[in-house]
Write a protein that binds this ligand. Structure first.
Ligand code: C2O
Length: 536
Protein backbone atom coordinates (compact mmCIF):
# COMPACT_ATOMS: atom_id res chain seq x y z
CA UNK A 1 0.00 0.00 0.00
CA UNK A 2 1.33 3.38 -0.98
CA UNK A 3 1.34 6.26 1.44
CA UNK A 4 -0.57 9.30 0.29
CA UNK A 5 1.59 12.41 0.17
CA UNK A 6 0.99 15.78 1.80
CA UNK A 7 -1.69 14.64 4.24
CA UNK A 8 0.10 15.34 7.53
CA UNK A 9 0.81 18.86 8.77
CA UNK A 10 4.47 19.76 9.17
CA UNK A 11 5.24 19.52 12.88
CA UNK A 12 7.43 21.98 14.73
CA UNK A 13 9.70 20.37 17.22
CA UNK A 14 9.40 21.52 20.84
CA UNK A 15 11.90 24.26 21.69
CA UNK A 16 13.93 24.19 24.84
CA UNK A 17 16.21 26.93 26.00
CA UNK A 18 19.57 26.39 27.63
CA UNK A 19 19.28 29.76 29.38
CA UNK A 20 16.92 31.82 31.45
CA UNK A 21 16.57 35.53 31.91
CA UNK A 22 17.13 36.71 35.47
CA UNK A 23 16.68 40.46 36.10
CA UNK A 24 17.23 41.12 32.44
CA UNK A 25 20.42 39.09 32.09
CA UNK A 26 20.93 35.72 30.47
CA UNK A 27 21.93 32.91 32.81
CA UNK A 28 22.71 29.29 32.00
CA UNK A 29 19.94 26.84 32.73
CA UNK A 30 21.20 23.24 32.94
CA UNK A 31 19.17 20.79 30.87
CA UNK A 32 18.52 17.13 31.12
CA UNK A 33 17.60 15.40 27.88
CA UNK A 34 16.85 11.71 27.69
CA UNK A 35 16.79 9.11 24.97
CA UNK A 36 13.63 7.03 25.07
CA UNK A 37 12.22 4.14 23.18
CA UNK A 38 8.70 4.97 22.09
CA UNK A 39 6.25 4.77 19.23
CA UNK A 40 6.16 7.53 16.63
CA UNK A 41 3.61 8.21 13.89
CA UNK A 42 5.48 9.04 10.71
CA UNK A 43 2.33 9.17 8.60
CA UNK A 44 -1.44 9.23 9.04
CA UNK A 45 -1.84 5.80 7.43
CA UNK A 46 1.23 4.11 8.84
CA UNK A 47 1.03 2.14 12.09
CA UNK A 48 3.20 3.67 14.86
CA UNK A 49 6.91 2.98 14.47
CA UNK A 50 9.21 1.90 17.30
CA UNK A 51 11.91 4.60 17.50
CA UNK A 52 14.48 6.16 19.79
CA UNK A 53 13.72 9.78 20.51
CA UNK A 54 15.31 12.61 22.47
CA UNK A 55 13.17 14.56 24.91
CA UNK A 56 12.88 15.99 28.39
CA UNK A 57 10.57 13.06 29.19
CA UNK A 58 9.33 10.02 27.34
CA UNK A 59 6.06 11.80 26.66
CA UNK A 60 7.77 14.88 25.26
CA UNK A 61 10.30 12.94 23.23
CA UNK A 62 10.04 13.64 19.50
CA UNK A 63 11.65 12.84 16.17
CA UNK A 64 13.68 14.88 15.59
CA UNK A 65 14.32 15.75 19.23
CA UNK A 66 13.62 19.18 20.72
CA UNK A 67 15.32 22.17 19.13
CA UNK A 68 17.75 23.55 21.67
CA UNK A 69 18.02 27.33 21.64
CA UNK A 70 21.20 28.79 23.05
CA UNK A 71 22.50 32.32 23.38
CA UNK A 72 25.91 33.35 22.17
CA UNK A 73 28.21 33.77 25.15
CA UNK A 74 25.96 31.89 27.58
CA UNK A 75 27.24 28.42 28.44
CA UNK A 76 24.86 25.51 27.99
CA UNK A 77 25.01 22.44 30.22
CA UNK A 78 23.26 19.30 29.09
CA UNK A 79 23.12 15.95 30.83
CA UNK A 80 22.27 13.41 28.16
CA UNK A 81 20.53 10.43 29.74
CA UNK A 82 20.25 7.04 28.13
CA UNK A 83 16.91 5.39 28.99
CA UNK A 84 17.10 2.80 26.23
CA UNK A 85 16.37 -0.87 26.88
CA UNK A 86 18.81 -3.77 26.42
CA UNK A 87 18.28 -4.64 22.79
CA UNK A 88 18.39 -2.49 19.70
CA UNK A 89 15.28 -2.05 17.58
CA UNK A 90 17.47 -2.32 14.49
CA UNK A 91 19.88 -5.05 13.48
CA UNK A 92 23.53 -4.05 13.46
CA UNK A 93 26.75 -5.54 12.25
CA UNK A 94 29.04 -6.66 15.08
CA UNK A 95 31.96 -7.36 12.75
CA UNK A 96 32.98 -3.74 12.29
CA UNK A 97 34.65 -1.86 15.15
CA UNK A 98 31.71 -1.26 17.46
CA UNK A 99 30.98 -0.15 21.01
CA UNK A 100 29.92 -3.35 22.72
CA UNK A 101 29.22 -3.37 26.47
CA UNK A 102 30.99 -6.08 28.46
CA UNK A 103 27.68 -7.50 29.63
CA UNK A 104 26.36 -7.39 26.05
CA UNK A 105 23.37 -5.53 27.52
CA UNK A 106 22.31 -2.01 26.81
CA UNK A 107 22.63 0.29 23.84
CA UNK A 108 25.74 2.44 23.73
CA UNK A 109 25.00 6.08 22.88
CA UNK A 110 26.89 9.34 23.03
CA UNK A 111 25.82 12.74 21.79
CA UNK A 112 27.85 14.91 19.46
CA UNK A 113 26.87 18.54 18.97
CA UNK A 114 27.76 18.87 15.32
CA UNK A 115 29.39 22.23 14.57
CA UNK A 116 30.20 23.01 18.16
CA UNK A 117 33.48 24.57 19.17
CA UNK A 118 34.17 23.41 22.68
CA UNK A 119 36.07 21.11 24.97
CA UNK A 120 36.91 17.55 23.85
CA UNK A 121 35.30 15.98 26.94
CA UNK A 122 31.94 17.26 25.71
CA UNK A 123 32.47 16.52 22.04
CA UNK A 124 30.81 13.13 22.05
CA UNK A 125 33.83 11.08 21.05
CA UNK A 126 32.84 7.74 19.51
CA UNK A 127 34.53 5.87 22.38
CA UNK A 128 32.88 8.01 25.09
CA UNK A 129 29.62 6.10 24.89
CA UNK A 130 27.40 5.10 27.80
CA UNK A 131 24.51 2.74 28.31
CA UNK A 132 21.33 3.13 30.36
CA UNK A 133 21.96 5.10 33.57
CA UNK A 134 25.68 5.14 32.76
CA UNK A 135 25.86 1.51 33.79
CA UNK A 136 28.67 0.93 31.37
CA UNK A 137 30.80 3.54 29.69
CA UNK A 138 33.33 3.54 26.86
CA UNK A 139 37.10 3.88 27.30
CA UNK A 140 37.27 7.66 26.75
CA UNK A 141 34.14 8.54 28.75
CA UNK A 142 34.80 11.21 31.38
CA UNK A 143 31.61 12.89 32.54
CA UNK A 144 27.83 13.02 32.54
CA UNK A 145 27.20 16.69 32.08
CA UNK A 146 28.31 18.16 28.78
CA UNK A 147 29.37 21.77 28.56
CA UNK A 148 28.82 23.81 25.41
CA UNK A 149 30.36 27.28 25.68
CA UNK A 150 28.38 28.84 22.79
CA UNK A 151 31.12 31.41 22.43
CA UNK A 152 31.20 30.86 18.69
CA UNK A 153 29.34 32.93 16.10
CA UNK A 154 25.54 32.52 15.86
CA UNK A 155 24.27 29.77 13.59
CA UNK A 156 22.79 26.35 13.04
CA UNK A 157 24.15 23.23 14.65
CA UNK A 158 22.60 19.86 15.21
CA UNK A 159 23.07 17.06 17.67
CA UNK A 160 23.12 13.39 16.89
CA UNK A 161 24.37 10.10 18.20
CA UNK A 162 28.06 9.34 17.65
CA UNK A 163 28.69 5.94 19.26
CA UNK A 164 31.37 3.79 17.68
CA UNK A 165 29.96 1.50 15.01
CA UNK A 166 26.36 2.22 16.03
CA UNK A 167 25.98 5.78 14.82
CA UNK A 168 24.18 4.79 11.63
CA UNK A 169 21.58 2.63 13.40
CA UNK A 170 21.16 5.06 16.29
CA UNK A 171 20.51 7.87 13.81
CA UNK A 172 18.15 5.70 11.79
CA UNK A 173 16.29 4.93 15.01
CA UNK A 174 15.76 8.66 15.51
CA UNK A 175 18.56 10.14 17.62
CA UNK A 176 18.86 13.54 15.94
CA UNK A 177 17.88 17.12 16.80
CA UNK A 178 18.58 20.77 16.00
CA UNK A 179 20.52 23.35 18.03
CA UNK A 180 20.54 27.08 17.31
CA UNK A 181 22.93 29.66 18.71
CA UNK A 182 21.45 33.15 18.61
CA UNK A 183 23.20 36.45 19.02
CA UNK A 184 20.92 39.44 19.25
CA UNK A 185 23.63 42.02 18.70
CA UNK A 186 24.57 40.45 15.40
CA UNK A 187 21.18 39.21 14.25
CA UNK A 188 18.58 41.80 15.24
CA UNK A 189 19.90 44.45 12.82
CA UNK A 190 19.57 41.96 9.95
CA UNK A 191 15.77 41.94 10.31
CA UNK A 192 15.43 38.46 8.86
CA UNK A 193 12.10 36.66 9.37
CA UNK A 194 11.84 35.64 13.01
CA UNK A 195 9.50 34.12 15.56
CA UNK A 196 8.03 30.62 15.66
CA UNK A 197 5.79 31.11 12.66
CA UNK A 198 8.30 32.56 10.21
CA UNK A 199 11.62 31.07 11.30
CA UNK A 200 11.47 27.29 11.10
CA UNK A 201 13.86 24.39 11.16
CA UNK A 202 13.31 21.65 8.59
CA UNK A 203 15.14 18.42 9.35
CA UNK A 204 14.94 16.24 6.26
CA UNK A 205 15.81 12.55 6.08
CA UNK A 206 14.76 9.33 4.36
CA UNK A 207 13.37 6.12 5.83
CA UNK A 208 11.72 2.97 4.56
CA UNK A 209 9.00 1.21 6.52
CA UNK A 210 7.51 -2.25 6.74
CA UNK A 211 3.72 -2.44 6.58
CA UNK A 212 3.64 -2.95 10.36
CA UNK A 213 5.22 0.49 10.68
CA UNK A 214 8.70 -0.53 11.76
CA UNK A 215 11.78 0.91 10.09
CA UNK A 216 12.98 -1.24 7.24
CA UNK A 217 16.69 -1.74 6.77
CA UNK A 218 17.73 -3.90 3.88
CA UNK A 219 20.37 -6.49 4.57
CA UNK A 220 23.20 -6.40 2.12
CA UNK A 221 25.18 -9.52 2.83
CA UNK A 222 25.45 -11.98 0.00
CA UNK A 223 29.02 -12.99 0.60
CA UNK A 224 30.02 -15.39 3.37
CA UNK A 225 32.57 -12.93 4.73
CA UNK A 226 30.21 -9.96 4.90
CA UNK A 227 27.78 -9.68 7.76
CA UNK A 228 24.18 -9.46 6.51
CA UNK A 229 23.77 -6.15 8.33
CA UNK A 230 26.83 -4.56 6.75
CA UNK A 231 25.24 -1.33 5.69
CA UNK A 232 27.62 1.16 4.18
CA UNK A 233 24.88 3.41 2.88
CA UNK A 234 21.21 3.56 3.79
CA UNK A 235 18.54 4.86 1.43
CA UNK A 236 14.87 5.01 2.33
CA UNK A 237 12.02 5.71 -0.04
CA UNK A 238 9.89 7.90 2.20
CA UNK A 239 11.09 11.47 2.67
CA UNK A 240 10.54 12.72 6.20
CA UNK A 241 10.50 16.33 7.33
CA UNK A 242 10.39 17.05 11.07
CA UNK A 243 9.17 13.51 11.71
CA UNK A 244 6.35 13.28 9.13
CA UNK A 245 6.52 11.66 5.71
CA UNK A 246 5.90 14.20 2.91
CA UNK A 247 4.16 16.77 5.14
CA UNK A 248 2.41 19.97 4.09
CA UNK A 249 2.57 23.47 5.46
CA UNK A 250 0.16 26.32 4.83
CA UNK A 251 2.06 29.57 4.49
CA UNK A 252 1.18 33.23 4.12
CA UNK A 253 2.23 35.33 1.15
CA UNK A 254 5.37 36.70 2.74
CA UNK A 255 8.93 35.80 3.62
CA UNK A 256 9.89 32.80 5.72
CA UNK A 257 13.22 31.58 6.98
CA UNK A 258 13.93 27.85 6.75
CA UNK A 259 16.95 26.26 8.38
CA UNK A 260 17.19 23.10 6.30
CA UNK A 261 19.30 20.28 7.74
CA UNK A 262 20.01 17.13 5.76
CA UNK A 263 19.84 14.55 8.56
CA UNK A 264 19.96 11.52 6.24
CA UNK A 265 22.54 8.83 6.66
CA UNK A 266 23.61 8.78 3.04
CA UNK A 267 21.10 10.55 0.80
CA UNK A 268 22.05 13.82 -0.88
CA UNK A 269 19.19 16.19 -1.61
CA UNK A 270 19.07 18.70 -4.41
CA UNK A 271 16.04 20.75 -3.46
CA UNK A 272 14.03 22.88 -5.84
CA UNK A 273 10.54 24.37 -5.90
CA UNK A 274 8.07 23.04 -8.46
CA UNK A 275 6.86 26.57 -9.22
CA UNK A 276 10.26 28.20 -9.57
CA UNK A 277 10.41 29.90 -6.16
CA UNK A 278 13.97 30.67 -5.18
CA UNK A 279 16.22 30.07 -2.20
CA UNK A 280 17.86 33.14 -0.75
CA UNK A 281 20.78 31.72 1.21
CA UNK A 282 21.78 33.62 4.33
CA UNK A 283 23.85 31.01 6.20
CA UNK A 284 25.19 27.46 5.93
CA UNK A 285 26.39 24.91 8.45
CA UNK A 286 27.16 26.96 11.55
CA UNK A 287 27.90 30.40 10.10
CA UNK A 288 26.32 33.34 8.26
CA UNK A 289 27.30 34.24 4.73
CA UNK A 290 28.71 37.63 3.96
CA UNK A 291 25.94 38.42 1.50
CA UNK A 292 22.68 36.69 0.58
CA UNK A 293 22.92 34.44 -2.47
CA UNK A 294 19.93 33.50 -4.64
CA UNK A 295 19.71 30.03 -6.20
CA UNK A 296 17.10 27.91 -7.94
CA UNK A 297 18.27 24.70 -6.32
CA UNK A 298 20.34 23.69 -3.38
CA UNK A 299 22.43 20.52 -3.06
CA UNK A 300 22.94 19.26 0.48
CA UNK A 301 25.12 16.32 1.44
CA UNK A 302 24.29 14.48 4.66
CA UNK A 303 24.70 16.90 7.58
CA UNK A 304 25.04 20.02 5.45
CA UNK A 305 22.76 22.91 6.34
CA UNK A 306 21.17 25.57 4.14
CA UNK A 307 19.63 28.50 5.96
CA UNK A 308 17.41 30.23 3.43
CA UNK A 309 14.73 32.86 3.01
CA UNK A 310 11.81 31.93 0.77
CA UNK A 311 9.54 34.75 -0.33
CA UNK A 312 6.10 33.28 -0.96
CA UNK A 313 4.78 36.68 -2.10
CA UNK A 314 6.66 35.95 -5.33
CA UNK A 315 4.71 32.77 -5.96
CA UNK A 316 2.61 32.62 -9.14
CA UNK A 317 0.69 29.59 -7.89
CA UNK A 318 -1.22 28.71 -4.75
CA UNK A 319 0.93 25.74 -3.91
CA UNK A 320 4.49 24.60 -4.39
CA UNK A 321 6.14 21.24 -3.97
CA UNK A 322 9.61 21.14 -2.54
CA UNK A 323 11.22 18.54 -4.79
CA UNK A 324 14.51 16.64 -4.85
CA UNK A 325 16.39 15.46 -7.92
CA UNK A 326 19.68 14.17 -6.48
CA UNK A 327 20.55 10.65 -7.65
CA UNK A 328 21.54 8.17 -4.95
CA UNK A 329 24.26 7.27 -4.15
CA UNK A 330 25.44 10.65 -5.29
CA UNK A 331 26.60 11.12 -8.02
CA UNK A 332 26.97 7.58 -9.36
CA UNK A 333 23.57 6.12 -8.55
CA UNK A 334 19.91 5.87 -9.47
CA UNK A 335 17.60 8.66 -10.49
CA UNK A 336 14.95 9.68 -7.96
CA UNK A 337 11.43 8.33 -8.35
CA UNK A 338 7.90 9.53 -7.69
CA UNK A 339 8.47 9.06 -3.93
CA UNK A 340 11.95 10.21 -3.03
CA UNK A 341 11.74 12.99 -5.62
CA UNK A 342 9.18 14.82 -3.47
CA UNK A 343 9.83 16.33 -0.07
CA UNK A 344 6.91 18.44 1.12
CA UNK A 345 4.15 20.72 -0.09
CA UNK A 346 3.55 24.37 0.65
CA UNK A 347 -0.03 25.61 0.37
CA UNK A 348 0.18 29.34 -0.21
CA UNK A 349 -2.65 31.55 0.99
CA UNK A 350 -4.23 33.81 -1.61
CA UNK A 351 -4.28 37.17 0.21
CA UNK A 352 -1.19 39.26 -0.41
CA UNK A 353 0.55 40.39 2.77
CA UNK A 354 2.88 43.13 3.72
CA UNK A 355 5.86 42.09 5.74
CA UNK A 356 8.51 44.06 7.48
CA UNK A 357 11.27 41.50 7.22
CA UNK A 358 13.92 42.20 4.69
CA UNK A 359 16.79 40.56 2.95
CA UNK A 360 19.72 42.81 3.79
CA UNK A 361 22.44 43.57 1.23
CA UNK A 362 25.14 42.34 3.57
CA UNK A 363 24.93 39.84 6.40
CA UNK A 364 27.92 39.10 8.61
CA UNK A 365 31.52 39.74 7.66
CA UNK A 366 34.04 37.16 8.86
CA UNK A 367 37.74 36.96 8.12
CA UNK A 368 38.63 35.79 4.62
CA UNK A 369 40.46 32.55 4.00
CA UNK A 370 44.06 33.72 4.11
CA UNK A 371 46.10 31.00 2.44
CA UNK A 372 49.35 32.66 3.38
CA UNK A 373 48.49 32.24 7.06
CA UNK A 374 48.45 28.44 6.76
CA UNK A 375 51.08 26.81 8.91
CA UNK A 376 50.90 23.48 7.19
CA UNK A 377 49.72 21.75 4.00
CA UNK A 378 48.34 18.23 4.24
CA UNK A 379 47.18 15.67 1.72
CA UNK A 380 44.29 13.47 2.75
CA UNK A 381 43.31 10.67 0.40
CA UNK A 382 40.03 8.78 0.65
CA UNK A 383 39.74 5.43 -1.00
CA UNK A 384 37.96 2.15 -0.68
CA UNK A 385 40.13 -0.86 -0.56
CA UNK A 386 39.42 -4.54 -0.42
CA UNK A 387 41.84 -7.30 0.40
CA UNK A 388 41.25 -11.03 0.83
CA UNK A 389 41.66 -10.88 4.57
CA UNK A 390 39.77 -7.68 4.87
CA UNK A 391 36.20 -8.02 3.71
CA UNK A 392 34.07 -6.03 3.33
CA UNK A 393 35.30 -2.95 1.57
CA UNK A 394 36.27 -0.29 4.07
CA UNK A 395 36.74 3.35 3.48
CA UNK A 396 40.22 4.40 4.42
CA UNK A 397 41.71 7.78 4.98
CA UNK A 398 45.35 7.81 3.93
CA UNK A 399 45.24 4.03 4.07
CA UNK A 400 44.32 4.12 7.75
CA UNK A 401 41.32 3.02 9.73
CA UNK A 402 39.77 4.80 12.65
CA UNK A 403 41.45 2.89 15.42
CA UNK A 404 44.96 3.54 14.23
CA UNK A 405 47.10 6.11 15.99
CA UNK A 406 46.47 9.81 15.59
CA UNK A 407 47.59 11.04 12.20
CA UNK A 408 47.11 14.76 12.10
CA UNK A 409 48.14 17.02 14.93
CA UNK A 410 47.25 20.58 14.07
CA UNK A 411 47.80 23.18 16.78
CA UNK A 412 44.91 25.06 18.26
CA UNK A 413 44.63 28.55 16.85
CA UNK A 414 46.35 27.81 13.53
CA UNK A 415 45.17 27.46 9.95
CA UNK A 416 46.12 24.69 7.56
CA UNK A 417 45.58 23.83 3.93
CA UNK A 418 44.13 20.37 3.39
CA UNK A 419 44.02 18.80 -0.04
CA UNK A 420 41.42 16.08 0.12
CA UNK A 421 41.79 13.56 -2.69
CA UNK A 422 38.65 11.53 -3.30
CA UNK A 423 39.54 8.32 -5.15
CA UNK A 424 36.17 6.67 -4.56
CA UNK A 425 33.20 6.71 -6.90
CA UNK A 426 30.97 8.67 -4.61
CA UNK A 427 30.86 12.10 -3.18
CA UNK A 428 31.84 12.03 0.48
CA UNK A 429 30.86 14.81 2.84
CA UNK A 430 33.96 15.51 4.90
CA UNK A 431 33.24 16.83 8.37
CA UNK A 432 35.83 18.24 10.71
CA UNK A 433 35.13 18.63 14.39
CA UNK A 434 36.15 21.85 16.08
CA UNK A 435 37.57 23.46 12.96
CA UNK A 436 35.78 25.59 10.46
CA UNK A 437 36.96 25.68 6.90
CA UNK A 438 36.56 27.48 3.62
CA UNK A 439 36.49 25.56 0.38
CA UNK A 440 39.04 27.10 -1.96
CA UNK A 441 38.55 25.03 -5.12
CA UNK A 442 38.21 21.56 -6.58
CA UNK A 443 40.63 20.27 -9.25
CA UNK A 444 40.09 17.21 -11.37
CA UNK A 445 42.71 14.49 -11.32
CA UNK A 446 44.09 13.50 -14.69
CA UNK A 447 45.02 9.81 -15.10
CA UNK A 448 43.28 9.06 -11.83
CA UNK A 449 43.76 5.28 -12.12
CA UNK A 450 47.50 5.64 -12.39
CA UNK A 451 47.61 7.86 -9.34
CA UNK A 452 45.31 5.55 -7.40
CA UNK A 453 47.49 2.54 -8.19
CA UNK A 454 50.45 4.41 -6.77
CA UNK A 455 48.50 5.43 -3.66
CA UNK A 456 47.44 1.86 -3.01
CA UNK A 457 51.11 0.96 -2.96
CA UNK A 458 52.77 3.93 -1.31
CA UNK A 459 50.01 5.71 0.56
CA UNK A 460 51.77 8.96 0.08
CA UNK A 461 50.41 11.71 -2.15
CA UNK A 462 53.71 13.56 -2.41
CA UNK A 463 55.68 10.47 -3.36
CA UNK A 464 52.95 9.66 -5.88
CA UNK A 465 53.47 13.13 -7.40
CA UNK A 466 50.05 14.54 -6.68
CA UNK A 467 50.92 17.82 -8.43
CA UNK A 468 51.46 15.94 -11.64
CA UNK A 469 47.93 14.51 -11.47
CA UNK A 470 46.01 17.40 -9.92
CA UNK A 471 45.93 19.61 -12.98
CA UNK A 472 42.57 18.97 -14.66
CA UNK A 473 39.58 21.27 -14.82
CA UNK A 474 38.58 23.20 -11.75
CA UNK A 475 35.11 23.43 -10.28
CA UNK A 476 34.31 26.82 -8.85
CA UNK A 477 32.80 26.80 -5.39
CA UNK A 478 29.19 28.06 -5.66
CA UNK A 479 28.77 31.49 -4.07
CA UNK A 480 26.42 30.23 -1.35
CA UNK A 481 29.04 27.69 -0.26
CA UNK A 482 31.89 30.13 0.04
CA UNK A 483 31.31 30.86 3.72
CA UNK A 484 32.90 29.11 6.70
CA UNK A 485 31.65 25.53 6.93
CA UNK A 486 32.16 22.37 8.93
CA UNK A 487 31.24 19.82 6.27
CA UNK A 488 31.60 19.81 2.49
CA UNK A 489 31.13 17.58 -0.51
CA UNK A 490 34.35 15.97 -1.69
CA UNK A 491 33.71 15.44 -5.40
CA UNK A 492 34.93 12.03 -6.63
CA UNK A 493 37.98 12.15 -8.87
CA UNK A 494 38.88 15.61 -7.60
CA UNK A 495 41.24 17.20 -5.13
CA UNK A 496 39.33 19.56 -2.88
CA UNK A 497 41.44 22.27 -1.35
CA UNK A 498 40.20 23.68 1.93
CA UNK A 499 41.60 26.14 4.42
CA UNK A 500 40.90 24.82 7.90
CA UNK A 501 41.00 27.09 10.86
CA UNK A 502 41.38 25.40 14.22
CA UNK A 503 40.12 28.45 15.97
CA UNK A 504 37.17 30.75 16.17
CA UNK A 505 36.34 32.71 13.12
CA UNK A 506 35.88 35.80 15.26
CA UNK A 507 39.49 36.78 15.34
CA UNK A 508 39.13 38.55 18.65
CA UNK A 509 37.98 35.50 20.56
CA UNK A 510 39.91 32.79 22.27
CA UNK A 511 39.05 29.22 23.03
CA UNK A 512 36.67 28.60 25.90
CA UNK A 513 39.04 25.97 27.26
CA UNK A 514 42.69 25.53 27.92
CA UNK A 515 44.20 25.54 24.46
CA UNK A 516 47.57 24.36 25.66
CA UNK A 517 46.32 20.84 26.21
CA UNK A 518 45.76 20.31 22.47
CA UNK A 519 42.45 18.48 22.64
CA UNK A 520 41.70 15.46 20.51
CA UNK A 521 39.01 15.61 17.87
CA UNK A 522 37.90 13.64 14.90
CA UNK A 523 37.27 14.23 11.25
CA UNK A 524 35.34 11.80 9.12
CA UNK A 525 33.01 11.21 6.26
CA UNK A 526 29.41 11.85 7.21
CA UNK A 527 27.85 9.07 5.15
CA UNK A 528 26.23 6.86 7.77
CA UNK A 529 29.35 7.24 9.87
CA UNK A 530 30.28 3.82 8.62
CA UNK A 531 33.70 4.95 7.69
CA UNK A 532 36.74 5.21 9.84
CA UNK A 533 37.39 8.44 11.55
CA UNK A 534 40.68 9.77 12.64
CA UNK A 535 41.66 11.68 15.66
CA UNK A 536 43.12 15.08 15.31
CU1 C2O B 1 27.92 15.10 12.59
CU2 C2O B 1 31.41 13.54 13.96
O1 C2O B 1 29.63 14.35 13.31
Amino acid sequence: SKLEKFVDELPDMPKIQSFEVVNGVFKSKPLEIGMFKKLWKFHRDLPPTPVYAYGTSKRNATIPGPTIEAIHGVDAFVTWQNHLPSNHILAWDPTIPTAIPRTKKGIPTVVHLHGSIGEPESDGHAHSWFTRRFKEVGPTWTKKEYHYPNSQHPGNLWYHDHAMGLTRVNLLAGLIGAYIIRDRDVETPLRLPCGDEFDRTLMVFDRSFLTNGSIYMNSTGNNPSIHPQWQPEYFGDAIIVNGKAWPRLTVRRRKYRFRIINASNARFFRFFFSNGLKFIHVADDSAYLEKPVITNETLLAPSEIADVIVDFSKSKSDSAILGNDAVYPYPSGDAVNEDNGKVMKFIIKKEPEHDTWRVPKTLVKYPDADLSSASKTRYIAMYEYTSDIDEPTHLYINGKRFDEPVTETPRVGTSEIWNVINLTEDNHPLHIHLGLFKVIDQTKLVKEEEFKACMLKLNDAIKCKIDHYARGDKIEVPAHEKGWKNVYKMTPGFVTKILVRFAFIHSNESYPFDATTQPGYVYHCHVSHFSPEQIL
